[in-house]
Design a protein around this ligand. Structure first.
Ligand code: FAD
Length: 499
């Protein structure tokens, strides 16, 4: 069945509204894959600008770059990028206790049971050290080392300059035929009968017509929200933070290969090291603290020359019920937002792009395709939402009203089930295409303070000598590999200079 409001004509003209990270990622991917058969226009306004944050990524960005055949050294040099092996969560479980959620696998699984069961048994018998000692990426992050390790590989992502990344992708997209149009969108024209968007009108009077419109206008959500009125599912009953203050400072030391997420009494602070500067920000709940106090706390905790004035950004956690409606697909902040604690927004942009490419409506827009797209997008973000709520729900902190509130709140049943299953049995299962695999859930649940009550019986079958040998050999392999790696900063400098 075609979309009841019907757009039976083929899609030949794609109009992307907005040129932040989302807009240019979309333009790059569509231009690269379908640029020869489509007319691609991107509209953006220098006067409005972009949100200007979003600098920590996760390893899936490497897949996106692979699709676009982007040269890593060229990209890193252009965006002043550094490598990222995970996130250091400081003061989340308790004040003065830290853990790293790394991108690596920990230990070796048995077909019946994950490594965590053997580690737990080893811990009970005093044969095991820290869980992180069995993970290459985590140890490398802790010791501030990095290298590509071609033989066994290392799982990593990047910290990047968001504005430079948009510029880089703009050049790339234009090289594949995408056309940029500067100007403020003043009016969105729709067809009275179908409700479909027909054209965007700039304040200069220019009218840009299209068949498919991609809303990348950021929190404004000019097309999907303001024009089409798509509902927004508000998740602030679980995610209390609604504000951020961002500021950039000059680097004062070597860049570490991890993002720092430092919990405070009513929110948390990020620190993202690039080659030339550091991105800093405070994410907080306006219900628990005012802007001035949050700003003062942020500024007191950072070093290095301040490069810009601190900016307050307001947001609402949640997601549009439908991110594809009629002939409009919302990608990026216009589609919804989850706070950046696990750096998932750019990943969601990339997933939306891949999904759109897989379902590209060349022959016309079908309702079945819209429904499928929306179903997949919803399942994906719900899973990520749960993972983010986990960081607030599972904590030993009860020292402030904010943390008491987080620890006491009821969470979605899907998350409560995962927490209960891990606490009671040590088991975690990844379902279908979920982003966060067992390793991530385990690192964060252990890190936030859950020690499972049980382990799998397979671990009991090992005697002390066998279990000790098993654990020691993994730990020493990890230590040997990490010892081969150079300091992260030195590796980045040499790698980018070699381009
Ligand atoms: P924007 O950057 O806001 O771009 C919107 C575009 O639309 C701009 O080009 C603007 O000019 C244009 N526009 C708007 N209205 C009009 C109009 N009327 N006419 C013409 N053009 C218009 N993500 C991560 O993955 N990792 C992170 O570490 C991370 N940290 C974040 C921290 C904070 C505090 C916030 C708020 C977000 C963070 N994100 C992070 C999310 C990330 O910043 C965004 O996903 C990403 O920047 C994409 O934004 P966007 O392109 O959708 O919107």
């Amino acid at each position: 069945m075609r979309d009841e409001q019907n757009q039976s004509r083929p899609v030949r003209r794609v109009v992307i509204a907005g040129g932040g990270t989302a807009g240019w990622m979309v333009a790059a991917a569509i231009a690269r894959s379908l640029g020869k058969v489509l007319d691609i226009k991107l509209l953006e306004s220098d006067e409005i600008g972009t949100v200007g944050v979003g600098e920590a990524t996760i390893p899936t960005l490497l897949n996106f770059h692979e699709l676009l055949q982007i040269n890593e050294q060229e990209f890193m040099a252009a965006t002043n990028a550094t490598f990222k092996l995970g996130i250091s969560f400081e003061n989340w479980r308790n004040t003065s206790e830290d853990y790293i959620h790394s991108f690596g696998l920990t230990g070796t699984d048995h077909w019946t049971a994950g490594f965590q069961h053997f580690w737990r048994k080893g811990r009970e018998r005093k044969l095991a050290s820290d869980y992180g000692d069995y993970c290459l990426e985590l140890k490398a992050a802790q010791l501030n080392r990095f290298g590509h390790l071609p033989r066994q590989g290392i799982n990593y992502a990047y910290h990047l300059d968001a504005s430079a990344y948009a510029r880089y992708l703009r050049k790339y997209s234009e090289g594949y035929g995408a056309q940029r149009i500067e100007g403020k969108i003043a009016k969105v024209h729709t067809d009275a009968a179908s409700g479909h968007i027909t054209a965007l009108q700039l304040d200069s009077g220019a009218v840009i017509e299209g068949d498919l419109f991609i809303d990348c206008t950021g929190f404004r959500a000019l097309l999907i929200g303001e024009t089409l009125g798509e509902a927004f599912d508000d998740w602030s009953q679980w995610l209390h933070n609604d504000s951020a203050i961002a500021v950039q400072t000059a680097s004062t030391g070597a860049a570490v290969p991890y993002t720092r997420a430092i919990a405070h009494d009513w929110g948390w602070q990020w620190r993202i090291p690039l080659q030339h500067r550091v991105g800093n920000g405070m994410v907080f709940s306006s219900k628990f603290v005012d802007d001035d106090t949050a700003r003062a706390k942020l500024m007191a905790g950072i070093t290095g020359e301040q490069l810009v004035q601190p900016r307050v950004i307001r947001f609402k956690p949640g997601q549009r019920r439908k991110v594809w409606r009629k002939n409009c697909v919302a990608i990026g902040l216009s589609s919804g937002f989850l706070e950046p604690i696990e750096s998932t927004s750019i990943h969601l942009i990339q997933r939306a792009i891949v999904r759109l490419m897989q379902m590209f409506p060349s022959a016309g827009i079908y309702q079945s395709e819209i429904d499928e797209y929306n179903k997949q997008a919803w399942a994906e973000i719900e899973h990520i939402r749960d993972f983010i709520i986990l960081h607030y729900k599972v904590t030993n902190r009860r020292d402030t009203p904010f943390w008491r509130h987080c620890a006491g709140m009821a969470v979605p049943p899907s998350l409560q089930h995962r927490i209960d299953l891990f606490r009671e049995t040590g088991r975690v299962f990844r379902l279908s295409n979920e982003l966060f695999a067992e390793n991530s859930w385990i690192q964060v649940m252990l890190g936030q303070g859950i020690l499972p009550q049980q382990h799998h019986p397979s671990a009991d079958l090992m005697g002390d000598a066998e279990l000790s040998h098993f654990l020691d050999s993994i730990r020493s392999n990890v230590a040997r590999s990490v010892a081969q790696l150079p300091p992260h900063q030195q590796y980045v400098e040499n790698y980018c200079a070699a381009y």
